[in-house]
Design a protein around this ligand. Structure first.
Ligand code: NG6
Ligand code: CA
Length: 508
């Protein structure tokens, strides 16, 4: 006991001394329980469960993500809350189920900020614990409070919900405005060429994908026929801002450079970086050095590109001596889709690759492939490599990280699963409500239950089964991972019990 007291005293002393010199970090090597490691969330966009080598992909090489997966915890039952982007990101950052939040759906680029600035968020919680917080990459949670003037300081946005630093694209790569925004300011904007955005009508004299196919170097399949930027037709109309427009092929390098720079700038303090890559969302625009690298066309090439970015980013952590003091969480915002609106040969060149990894459905779907995604935690020296079948969700990152750093746990739906995230136990959630385009389903134990929904069973444009059926669906995933045998008729008691639990949570 004396020894412990002495150690504690020493530790406090070190703490006081280091606090007096600003930005000094408590050494992680002390293994103090309240040491504050850097935290990085690497978040991909539409990367499927089967798109990663460590998750069974044989036709595409992802050596860098594999290294994280094989050196950390590779979750086989890791979920996004939702089968689309905005709600998943909302849940990750707020710890709240997105179906509780009105308007948590795929947002246009002109949508107002979805997160209430008074709401608790993951970055705010970490800030209170002394973290510097940054986001680089895709935002897609709305900006401003309606009618954004893109030529002024854009607010509220990420800076107002907890990020000290923000370098983002507003929505998606296929939506206007096609510009980068740094801390509320459009980068490289010429004030004499102001930006205007509309999701209702075109601006006079501006060509569109629909009317000017001769200007396109990527053609649209469905949607995506409004304003043309860099020969790519987008969703939404934009005029002005010529000097500020991004170059699609350079986006990945640009986000990487900003993520690396952020790390270098903040290596002396505890930092939280949300590095949100844009791949393999459409339009898929690999840098020329990755073109042809997968043999699968642009979708495969941008996965190879994204994997390379992850490798370079890890290299930076290593070079800065931060790898042993950084917890990395890698995941994806929703499941895979092939043709998501552009003719990019993603179907034709797929070959034997299965982006869903044997799961049913895909992006937009209530079936497993919609929300079950690659989910990896990595912390060199702290997390022992293992495969975990604990049921975990991105929703739980908030409370688990709060537990790690001594912050306040979320009062919403987020659960503290820190021991599972650190690979210490295989126990995760008991259950999880899944969401896809405002419909919800229920996972519990080995079971998945999908209530009846009107609507077409298949979205034929993207060729994905959505999970809609006039009857209840009940699957035992342990025996039937591909959700082929509906047991709802055979197991009425199980169905009733799950329905009751589902409704209790939904009605909370
Ligand atoms: C859909 C788009 C799709 C993609 C998606 C958002 C059409 C026809 N389809 O509306 O291409 O942009 O929204 O994807 O416009 S997400 O990953 O950001 O949720
Ligand atoms: Ca997405």
């Amino acid at each position: 006991k004396q020894l412990i007291k002495l150690a504690l005293g020493l530790f406090l002393l070190v703490g006081i001394v280091s606090c007096t010199s600003q930005n000094q970090k408590i050494e992680s090597s002390s293994a103090a329980p309240d040491a504050k490691p850097n935290i990085v969330v690497i978040y991909l966009d539409d990367l499927g469960y089967g798109d990663v080598g460590a998750y069974g992909a044989t036709e595409i090489a992802t050596p860098n993500i594999d290294q994280l997966a094989n050196g950390g915890v590779r979750f086989t039952q890791g979920y996004a809350t939702s089968a689309t982007c905005t709600p998943s990101r909302y849940a990750l950052l707020t710890g709240q189920y997105p179906w509780r939040k009105e308007g948590a759906q795929i947002l246009p680029g002109s949508a107002p900020l979805l997160i209430d600035t008074a709401q608790e968020t993951l970055p705010k919680m970490l800030k209170k614990q002394g973290y510097h917080t940054g986001i680089v990459g895709k935002w897609h949670l709305g900006l401003g409070s309606g009618n954004v003037d893109w030529n002024q300081h854009i607010s509220p946005g990420p800076n107002e919900v907890g990020f000290d630093y923000a370098y983002i694209m507003a929505a998606t790569q296929d939506r206007v405005p096609t510009v980068y925004i740094e801390n509320g300011k459009v980068e490289n904007l010429d004030p004499n060429d102001p930006i205007q955005i509309s999701y209702q009508e075109n601006f006079e004299g501006e060509p569109t994908g629909k009317d000017n196919p001769e200007l396109l170097n990527m053609t649209w399949h469905h949607g995506h026929n409004n304003s043309i930027v860099n020969g790519i037709p987008r969703i939404g109309y934009m005029t002005g801002g010529e000097s500020a427009k991004w170059k699609d092929e350079e986006m990945a390098d640009n986000f990487l450079a900003h993520a690396q720079h952020y790390v270098q700038q903040h290596k002396e303090e505890s930092f939280f970086l949300y590095y949100a890559l844009q791949q393999p969302h459409v339009p898929r625009t690999p840098h020329p050095r990755f073109v042809g690298k997968s043999g699968m066309g642009p979708r495969g090439d941008v996965i190879v590109e994204a994997d390379w970015m992850v490798g370079q980013f890890i290299e930076t952590l290593k070079k800065e001596g931060l790898l042993e003091n950084t917890l990395i969480i890698l995941s994806s915002d929703n499941g895979p889709v092939l043709n998501d609106g552009y003719n990019d040969q993603s179907d034709e060149l797929l070959g034997a690759h299965d982006p869903r990894g044997g799961l049913r459905g895909g992006k937009y779907s209530l079936f497993e492939a919609g929300t079950r995604v690659p989910f990896i935690t990595y912390w060199k020296g702290k997390i022992q490599p293992r495969v975990s079948d604990a049921l975990v969700c991105q929703l739980d990152v908030y409370s688990s990280l709060a537990q790690l750093v001594g912050g306040d746990l979320s009062t919403a739906d987020s659960q503290d699963l820190l021991p599972a995230f650190l690979g210490q136990v295989q126990k995760g959630r008991d259950n999880l409500v899944l969401e896809a385009t405002s419909r919800t389903a229920f996972r519990q134990g080995d079971w998945a239950m999908i209530p009846p929904y009107q609507g077409k069973p298949v979205n034929t444009q993207v060729n994905i089964e959505l999970g809609n059926d006039t009857a209840f669906q009940l699957y035992n995933l342990k025996e039937d991972l591909g959700q082929q045998t509906n047991l709802a008729q055979q197991k009425p008691e199980k169905l009733q019990q799950m329905l009751a639990d589902f409704e209790t949570i939904r009605g909370k």
